[in-house]
Design a protein around this ligand. Sequence first.
Ligand code: 4AD
Ligand code: MG
Length: 466
Amino acid sequence: MPPITIKELLASPAPAAGVAARGWIKTRRDSKVMSFAELNDGSCRASLQVVFSAENGDFSGILPSLVTGAAAEIQGDLVASPAAGQKYELLARQVKLYGGCDPEKYPIQKKKTSDEFLRTVAHLRPRTNKYAAMLRIRAELAYSVHKYFHDNGFFYVNTPIITASDGEGAGEMFTATTMDLSNLAALPRTDKGELDFSKELLGKKTYLTVTGQLEGESLALALGKIYTFGPTFRAENSNTYRHASEFWMIEPEMAFYELQDDMELAEDFIKSITKNILEKCPSDMELFAKYVEPALMDNLRNITENKFERLAYTDAVKLLEPVNERFEVKVSWGVDLASEHERFLVEHYFKKPVILYNKPKDAAAFYMKLNDDGRTVRGMDVLVPRIGEVIGGSERENRLDVLEKKMADAHIDPLPYWWYLDLRRYGSVPHSGFGLGFERMLMLVTGISNIRDVSAFPRVPGYAEF
Ligand code: 4AD
Ligand code: MG
């Protein structure tokens, strides 16, 4: 029999003699005749109360070792608990200490729990209630993403992490190299003295991917509806609460979908996975509503119950121009809307999620489909309260000549994109897709306000510990 978890013990249909619980001690308190310890194994938010009574054994030798952070196996009887708020407790009969813990040095102390401090001990912070709850919700959210797409006829595909083309055309990529940069003199050079990337292990200059979209388009134009769910990397020097250098992105891509269909899918997807978390993680969600974001449940109802506003960029500009005094960057037609403008629209004006679409072409990625007006593209962003953009997507430019011209206008070398252009040569069809930032979605559902606290080991500018 594999070890039983505390979650399973607490869900036991009846009291049970002779069980063993394993985990880490959260706290222990002693009275004259008894001691009580909270044992937690991460399987659920609740800890198991363990009761040490002299009637059931002599624990005087081991008890001083059962301090916060120590790991132990406790054998005994699962009995109905007289205490409020817990169905069972464990009457200890035998204790095995796995790993002791020096309470003076253990960094996870009740008094030292600021988010900033906990980031410096990211290897131990999953032992706190809040981070364990976040990680359980993160796992459930990932599962609901797969379930949503699976149930709706999408195929899960994997796109490369090492790529030779810039999927956003924005130049914010990490180079992936096998060259020994500590020995510049020994690096292979061409006749012109430039670095010779043909000597790379993969035969050319490569990068960590910023998006799986371009390869996703190739697969959607064969399978119909696909999605990716993988790590992406941005070498953008943005030190904000919502930018990470490494994050996970979910990218559905659908053949025959136009922009309207794309927006509908995005709205339904966000609502569906939000509802799922509320349903599947009530106890962990209660922790966030109680201790992290008091308005959390209202915010989430705002997501699940309201129809998202559809707002064309040109109409957004008409709303924003009259209140330009509020903004650092003044709005006029053509200006790429920044976080301050997006948050005004979502939090002050509409007070609900907004899907902003039809952006000016100069503020958009090269692959977005040009509208007939010649100056806007069929792109869309889903904007939500507190976070701003959680989804960016578009209908894709499926006309070869228009795409080639857009790439030339944006000074993008078409050579590495030969295969992407082929998709417009052979059986091109209208198609659309979007990308959801998984960490931003987690910030939304948990109310956690910094992206550094929704990844176990965040990667942000200036930080790559662990
Ligand atoms: O808007 P983005 O850059 O769009 C794309 O990458 C498209 N290729 C997606 C597609 O159409 N298939 O990124 C999509 C989402 C953003 O809306 C945001 O939620 C998240 O990815 N994102 C980031 N999350 C954390 N840190 C960053 N630096 C992020 N950059 C984008
Ligand atoms: Mg975007």
